[in-house]
Structure formats: structure tokens, C-alpha cells
Design a binder for this molecule. Structure first.
Ligand code: G3I
Length: 322
């Protein structure tokens, strides 16, 4: 049977992909699915390209964990979304405890982007340049970047990314909670309009799409949220889709989860500017959800026995209908 990647291409998307974490790469049942271009024609390293791993000491770069995902995906002919250059989380201690000025931290930022962009030159369909820079109320997130550099760290990061990534690499702003029209998604739109007025490069917005069955945005919400960005010329993608369940699971919840997955994927297929969907891992035992949300889980398309769940077939049906 055709996989989700095959079906996505037929439906007019560039890809249907998955995040892949390093901790399960020794599991052949897992890697047989993860590195299968028919099932997933795009991958995102869940952790392997983040700052803490890539530049563990100042000026010392280590691409091992990134390569563990990128290399096999290249062999398999999968696309890559690369994740990420700038985030408040998973930063090395030397960075978070350093005594920086605006000038020295901008130098650290450009040097990091320059090295990682150069190393993965030509490997990335897109880079998540800045991840999660806004609070839900639409103000900037208070973190080392904002507090040391000010809000201009975001545009600096995009300019550094354009300067150092290969031509054509799509530069994304990526966030959660922007899958509805709300204070946060509108603040992101305002930032982009300001960037466009001043010539700051940006190509796309990633709607992470970490949802909960029963409380997820509707199809129409996700359409309207994307149109904040597609209406001003950007592309969109659902970059981290998963749909967690309040445990214990039952057939009703599993069915509700399948509907959320299907509606989300349909909201991308139907949106002219939406290029693809990535699930934030496909196998329940490696999902980030149970650790972060005790009492919730089973958020993925495959269960612990590598059996495809109703959500898988619901997504496949949406893609088949195009
Ligand atoms: O690598 C160590 C391993 O050596 C150790 O044995 C193990 C024991 O706990 O921990 C491993 O590190 C974990 C790492 O994932 C790798 O699996 C960290 O504890 C854990 O905190 C880390 O979580 C990651 C999380 O980002 C950090 O905030 C998740 O895997 C990853 O899926 C998640 O991804 C984020 C996106 O980047 C941005 N959007 C939200 C999304 C979900 O939180």
C-alpha cells in the first residue's frame, strides 16, 4: 500500500514527514518505518540539531546527533526540515550562564548559525530559524535572547540565516499555540509584516500543532490561522503535529483523536500555501507527551506494538481524497 508520503505527494503536498529522535535509532522496527521514503518523505531531527548538542562548548561543533538522522534520510531520499537555530530551550550551560553583552551575544549567534548552516549546506528544505519567541498573550518571550539583545535578535537571526544557508532554503518562524487566530498568531503576523516592510528575510511559518483530543482547534481555526500568513505571501506547514489523549484511552477517545488528525491534515491539504505536515514522532513510546503532561499520552499514529491506529487510516483517507 502507498505510504503517507506517497499519498501526500498525490494530494499536492510536498511532503508528509515525521520527527525522529536519536534515542530509538537502535530499534530496527522503528527505523524501518522512520527511514522509509514511501511512508515519510520528510524528517525532522527531534533533538539532534539543537544548540546543546551542536555547540556543546563555545566554538566547538559536534554534528554527530544531527548526522544520525540526516545521513540515513539522505540515503533514503527523504527531505529534511532542520530544527532549530534559535530557541530558549536546550541551550548549553556555557551560553546560559555566560556574561554577554548585546554585541558579544550577537557574535555568538551568528557564529553558531554560520557553522551549522554551512555544515548542513543544501541538506535542508527549511530551517526553523527562530522557535517559540512569543508568549500566548502576544508579547515576546522573556529569555536570554530578548533580555540581552532585545527583540531585534529575531531579525538578526533571520538575516544571519539568509546569509549563511544555501540559496533557496526556506526560513521559518515556528511556534505552538498559533493554530487559531489569537493574540499570539496575530503578533506573529505583525512581526512578519514589519519584516517585509524592512526587507528582513522570512519565507514560512510553522504551526507546531501539538493538540489534545477534545480540545483541539477546528479545521476552520487552522485554515484561518494559516491565512494570517499565506495572505501576506508566506508558506505554512504543520511542523510538529500530535494529538494527545487524556488517559486511560478508550475507543471514543481514539476515534476523536483520529478526527483531529484528519481535520488538521485536511486544513493543510486545502490551504494553497501549506507545503506539508510533519508528525512529532510516529511511535507512542518515544513521544515527548507523557513526560511533559503526566496523565496524557498515546499521541502518535502508531501504538507501542507498531500497529497503525485509526488516526493513521483517517490521515491516509484525507490524503487519498486530496
Ligand atoms: O539525551 C538524553 C539521554 O541521554 C538520557 O538518557 C535521557 C533521560 O531522560 O534524556 C535524554 O534527553 C532528553 C531529550 O529530549 C532526548 O530524548 C531530555 O531529557 C528531554 O527533555 C528532551 O525533550 C525534548 C524537548 O523538545 C525538550 O524541550 C523532546 O525530546 C523533543 O521532542 C521536544 O521537542 C520540542 C520542539 O523542539 C519544539 N516544540 C515543542 C517540542 C515538544 O516539546
Amino acid at each position: 500500500a502507498p505510504g503517507l508520503g506517497d499519498l501526500a505527494k498525490r494530494a499536492g503536498l510536498k511532503y508528509f514527514g515525521t520527527a525522529i529522535d536519536n534515542v530509538v535509532l537502535d530499534n530496527d522496527d522503528y527505523t524501518d518505518i522512520a527511514f522509509n521514503e514511501s511512508e515519510f518523505n520528510q524528517v525532522t531531527p527531534s533533538n539532534g540539531q539543537k544548540w546543546v548538542h551542536i555547540e556543546p562548548k563555545k566554538g566547538v561543533f559536534n554534528y554527530t546527533l544531527g548526522d544520525e538522522i540526516v545521513d540515513p534520510s539522505k540515503d533514503e531520499g527523504q527531505m529534511r526540515r532542520c530544527h532549530n537555530f534559535v530557541w530558549h530551550n536546550q541551550l548549553p550551560d556555557w551560553l546560559t550562564t555566560g556574561n554577554w553583552t548585546k554585541t558579544t551575544l550577537l557574535q555568538v549567534l551568528e557564529n553558531h548559525i554560520k557553522h551549522e548552516a554551512d555544515y548542513y549546506w543544501g541538506d535542508c528544505y527549511a530551517w526553523d530559524v527562530v522557535n517559540e519567541a512569543f508568549e500566548d498573550n502576544g508579547t515576546y518571550r522573556s529569555d536570554i535572547w530578548l533580555n540581552t539583545i532585545g527583540p531585534s535578535y529575531i531579525e538578526h537571526a533571520f538575516r544571519f540565516a539568509r546569509k549563511h544557508t544555501s540559496p533557496g532554503t526556506k526560513l521559518y518562524y515556528n511556534d505552538y499555540g498559533i493554530e487559531r487566530v489569537n493574540a499570539k498568531s496575530v503578533a506573529v503576523q505583525a512581526m512578519i509584516k514589519d519584516f517585509q516592510a524592512r526587507g528582513v528575510p522570512i519565507d514560512g511559518v510553522g504551526l507546531q500543532s501539538h493538540f489534545t483530543a477534545g480540545r483541539a482547534p477546528l479545521y476552520s481555526d487552522i485554515r484561518a490561522a494559516q491565512q494570517l500568513y499565506t495572505s501576506i505571501g508566506l508558506e505554512t506547514a504543520l511542523t510538529e503535529l500530535d494529538v494527545r489523549i487524556d488517559l486511560p484511552d478508550n475507543a471514543n477517545k481514539t476515534a476523536a483523536q483520529a478526527r483531529v488528525y484528519a481535520d488538521s491534515v485536511r486544513a493543510c491539504v486545502d490551504e494553497e500555501g501549506c507545503v506539508g505536515v510533519t508528525v512529532w514522532d510516529f511511535w507512542d513510546p518515544v513521544s515527548w507527551v507523557p513526560e511533559s503532561f503526566p496523565g496524557q499520552g498515546n499521541a502518535c499514529l502508531w501504538d507501542e506494538n507498531f500497529v497503525r491506529k485509526p488516526a493513521y487510516y483517517a490521515v491516509a483517507d484525507v490524503l487519498k481524497r486530496g
